[in-house]
Design a protein around this ligand. Structure first.
Ligand SMILES: Nc1nc2c(c(=O)[nH]1)N[C@H]1C(S)=C(S)[C@@H](COP(=O)(O)OP(=O)(O)OC[C@H]3O[C@@H](n4cnc5c(=O)[nH]c(N)nc54)[C@H](O)[C@@H]3O)O[C@H]1N2
Ligand SMILES: Nc1nc2c(c(=O)[nH]1)N[C@H]1C(S)=C(S)[C@@H](COP(=O)(O)OP(=O)(O)OC[C@H]3O[C@@H](n4cnc5c(=O)[nH]c(N)nc54)[C@H](O)[C@@H]3O)O[C@H]1N2
Ligand code: SF4
Ligand SMILES: [Mo]
Length: 726
């Protein structure tokens, strides 16, 4: 029965940019999605993924009912049976092997769903396991560690005051494609153009001439993994030339002078051969940055998921502190979100703590209660007490997202039990025993808790669910709560009482109520009713200085002990023989406007037309290695091999190969037909779970050594997909 189409406002939950949407729908199906011109933050911007949200929403392959593995096939079962079976089996593994034998992995979409965030924590608590993993250790962990060390809370992130800055130094981020990460900045291309139009300067440091670099005044190629060297050299110049001026921040800082000693050996001349940026340019960049009346240094995935992620992320803040740009208009500021995320993180136990315990096999440090996910496969494979035997994967696709995906795939296949909470049967969830599919997207109320906390303008946007879900559907939070209470009940005794209580409290405080409470307690003291009267979002104004509130009486210890302890590693890098580009190729990743990590390739409009998964290689390397544009190459690393078509382009630095992540579809047992018809290969069959930032345990997804070979020479007609090899 066709229903009348109407148009409602919504807010996109696919990424941090939190764009306002205008949705044409009939209450069951989405007809079209456009940007909402009345949204005070996104001002009508929408990206191809936001438009394609309609396709995921309507996708007949999106799962609606729980699936139980049944031999080689799957059987649909009811929710009570599904939750009951999952909880009983999880409790059983814990009874036999101990609490830590059940691990949980929270994927990226959980960060964009308050219900998933709150209730995911509840499930992990009910399981009582220390085997907690998430994408944080593939992503922003070093950034969070810097905030933890400097400001005492990892959920605090300094955000470039994009609309007012006059100098933006971008390292390892590509906002023109990502729409800003830890910098929610929808409509970012216009904002970057505005920056330049008002006389400001945009400088990009990246081993690839990115879409953002093409908008910039200056772009410099830099060898992957050398940001910390560059930043140390910039600080060296600032100290040497008397350009360190913390201004109003001075009374807040403790030990800024210690930085001078640390960076003393890092002259531009010594940093140049390692970074690939010449000494004169490094010195000039330092002077320009210091001379700008308001400037911000900003780094993202490229400065985090790398060998020196912790030091690089910290030095970015030191550069902002040393020039007085932290917490000042046009510098790097803290958002004042309507829900005080750092406070919430503290309450739910996600803030605080580093290295309080370590992974069993490799001794990688805990952070915020979680362990580095690069250790997941070895923790599953290595026998002994505490070995992981079961896994709950919530909104994640570790087979395609984790380093050494081939090993991850084998490890997941060897588990006694895997429960997936996901909307697709994909590369990961096909390995599960049970798939529990929640409602999706516009079927639930949304408030972008995380996006607001890192936004370049203070706004608050609450959207009610627009679509009705099929009868009996469960939201993510209901599934998590259902599992949590049942796991405890399955344990019996006192735990059963706790489970019963947990269920009662959870149902009495669903996400909507929790949110209403947190909004009231937040710095703007908003009511949910007020937000509901502003369906396009409420404008709360530009960013405001906030350091006093954030720190209280605390002072910023500029050189934290942990950073100092890691410093010799950077000094060793400075003194190492400079790399010869020709001798060693290194791999970096790439994002595209029409991909959302690994999971939106089932939308025809995102995969049609141009080929997504190609390896970019510099013409010099191409000529030397006999790579022909458009032809397939074999890329090999310690962990595996993939074959993809090559694009020969001087958009990448010599010595560097760029491959996008999130591909590698078409595996048997998946039910994503469109994605499988455009499989590509997974870059993470090449990345290395053994290659992490030694300080933080974060996976180093960039800078992986690879060999490249024109595949034709190794036999024509090679398969399109990945062939993992050890
Ligand atoms: N369209 C789209 N948008 C997205 C996503 C998506 O998949 N598609 N994913 C979302 C997610 S989960 C995230 S975390 C954000 C990420 O947001 P960004 O960090 O802005 O995006 P990336 O494209 O990963 O940018 C990282 C950049 O670092 C560069 N790089 C690699 N290694 C190094 C290095 O050692 N040093 C330096 N300086 N640069 C290096 C890469 O060339 C790349 O340009 O994007 C989000 N937005
Ligand atoms: N080489 C390389 N590897 C990378 C990166 C890189 O740049 N290079 N980026 C890293 C980064 S920054 C990230 S964040 C990770 C992402 O890593 P993951 O989070 O593991 O991977 P995603 O592709 O985001 O998968 C999200 C999953 O959630 C499901 N899903 C979507 N919406 C919902 C929902 O509402 N509820 C539930 N329950 N499920 C849902 C999707 O079907 C999909 O299976 O990848 C990391 N891996
Ligand atoms: S930029 Fe992000 S929030 Fe905006 S429409 Fe695209 S996916 Fe959605
Ligand atoms: Mo991410």
């Amino acid at each position: 029965m066709a229903m009348a189409s109407r148009t409602d406002a919504a807010v996109c939950m696919l990424c941090e940019a939190i764009c306002g949407l205008e949705v044409d729908h009939d209450g069951r199906r989405v007809h079209a999605i456009r940007g909402d011109p009345n949204d005070p933050l996104s001002r009508g911007h929408v990206c191809p993924k936001g438009v394609a949200l309609a396709d995921v929403q309507n996708d007949p392959e999106r799962l609606r009912r729980p699936l139980l593995r049944n031999g080689d096939g799957w059987k649909e079962i009811g929710w009570d049976e599904a939750l009951g079976r999952a909880a009983t089996a999880l409790a059983d593994v814990q009874r036999r092997h101990g609490r830590d034998a059940v691990a949980v992995y929270s994927g990226n979409p959980t960060a964009h769903s308050p219900g998933a965030l709150f209730f995911g924590q509840m499930l992990a608590d009910a399981l009582g396991t220390r085997s907690r993993f998430s994408t944080v250790s593939l992503d922003g962990l070093p950034r969070q560690l810097a905030s933890f060390e400097l400001y005492g809370n990892q959920a605090l992130a300094p955000v470039p005051d994009l609309d007012r800055t006059e100098y933006l130094l971008v390292l390892g981020a590509n906002p023109a494609v990502s729409n800003g990460s830890a910098m929610a900045s929808p409509d970012v291309v216009r904002r970057l153009k505005d920056l330049r139009a008002r006389g400001g300067r945009l400088v990009v440091i990246d081993p690839r001439r990115t879409e953002t670099a093409k908008l910039a005044d200056e772009h410099h190629f830099m060898r992957p993994g050398t940001d910390a060297l560059l930043l140390a050299a910039l600080l060296h110049v600032l100290f040497a030339e008397g350009l360190v001026r913390p201004g109003l921040l001075a009374p807040r800082l403790e030990g800024l002078g210690e930085v001078r000693d640390l960076v003393a050996p890092f002259s531009p001349e010594r940093a140049a051969p390692q970074t690939g940026i010449d000494a004169a340019t490094i010195a000039r960049l330092a002077r320009d940055f210091a001379a700008a009346p308001r400037a911000a240094c900003y780094g993202r995935l490229g400065t985090c998921a790398q060998e020196f992620g912790g030091l690089a992320s910290w030095l970015i803040d030191v550069a902002n502190l040393a020039t007085g740009n932290l917490d000042r208009e046009g510098g790097a500021m803290f958002a004042t979100p309507a829900v005080d995320l750092p406070a919430v993180a503290r309450w739910v136990g996600l803030a605080g703590g580093f290295g309080r315990w370590r992974t069993r096999v490799r001794g990688l440090p805990e952070f915020g209660g979680e362990l580095p996910v690069a250790a997941l496969a070895e923790e599953i494979e290595t026998p002994g007490p505490g070995r992981i035997r079961a896994l709950v994967v919530h909104a994640g696709n570790p087979v395609l997202s984790l380093p050494n995906g081939g090993r991850v795939e084998r490890a997941l296949g060897s588990l006694e039990l895997m429960v997936a909470i996901d909307v697709y049967r994909n590369e990961t969830t096909r390995l599960a025993d049970l798939i529990l599919p929640p409602t999706f997207g516009l079927e639930r109320d949304h408030y972008p808790l995380m996006g607001h906390a890192v936004a370049i303008r203070n706004t608050a946007h609450y959207a009610r669910a627009l679509l009705v879900s099929p009868p009996g559907s469960r939201h993510d939070w209901e599934i998590l709560l259902g599992l949590a209470e049942r796991v405890e009940r399955a344990r019996g005794g006192v735990a059963a009482v706790k489970g019963w209580l947990r269920g009662a409290v959870g149902r009495a405080l669903p996400p909507r109520r929790l949110l209403a409470l947190l909004l009231r307690l937040g710095p703007h003291h908003l009511s949910l009713a007020r937000l509901e009267r502003a369906p396009h979002g409420l404008d709360l104004g530009p960013l405001e200085p906030r350091l006093g509130r954030v720190l209280g009486r605390r002072r910023i210890r500029v050189v934290p002990e942990r950073m100092r302890a890691d410093w010799p590693r950077l000094e060793a890098k400075l003194s190492a023989p400079p790399p010869q580009a020709a001798a060693r190729l290194v791999l970096i990743g790439r994002r595209a406007l029409r991909s959302n990590n690994s999971w939106m390739h089932n939308c025809a409009r995102l995969v049609s037309g141009t080929q997504g998964c190609v390896a970019q290689i510099h013409p010099d390397d191409g000529a030397r290695l006999g790579v022909i544009a458009g032809e397939r190459v074999a890329l090999r690393s310690r962990t595996g091999e993939i074959r993809v078509p090559a694009e020969v382009t001087d958009d990448v630095m010599p010595g560097v190969v760029s491959v996008p992540h999130g591909w590698g579809h078409g595996r048997p047992g998946t039910a994503i037909t469109t994605a499988s018809a455009h499989p590509g290969a997974s870059i993470n069959d090449l990345t290395d779970d053994g290659f992490v930032d030694a300080l933080s345990g974060t996976a180093s997804l960039g800078g992986v050594p690879v060999e490249i070979e024109a595949a034709e020479r190794r036999g024509a007609g090679a398969p399109a997909g990945a062939t993992a090899r050890r």
